[in-house]
Write a protein that binds this ligand. Structure first.
Ligand code: FES
Length: 105
């Protein structure tokens, strides 16, 4: 297990997600504002779209796949709507100072 710094807080605007690659993991990190940051696998489990290009909903803590619209839970990585049926990985995120860190297992 490793805690890896991927960005500074200001690199990820509130209500948006950015993509980072760590040790071969493609990760979408979303900024939910006062609810903090969440991280899930960036590649949609349905047909390989990039989730960081989709819409983040800070209220529901979800990100919507830009290709076919499946909505993924940013806490668990599970899809809340079709067509995706399989989860994407979910990662723990910690903010230390102004650094956003993702736990890679
Ligand atoms: S590629 Fe994401 S829902 Fe189809």
């Amino acid at each position: 297990m490793a805690l890896v710094t991927v960005a500074r807080v200001e690199d990820i605007p509130e209500g948006e997600a950015r993509r980072f690659e760590v040790d071969g993991h493609e990760i979408a990190v979303a900024n939910l504002g006062e609810d903090g940051f969440r991280a899930v696998g960036d590649i949609c489990s349905h047909a390989h779209a990039h989730l960081h290009e989709g819409e983040v909903d800070p209220d529901f803590e979800t990100i919507e796949c830009p290709r076919h619209g499946s909505v993924f839970d940013l806490e668990t990585g599970k899809p809340r709507s079709l067509p995706a049926t399989l989860p994407v990985p979910a990662y723990n995120v910690k903010v230390e100072g102004d650094e956003v860190k993702v736990e890679i297992t």
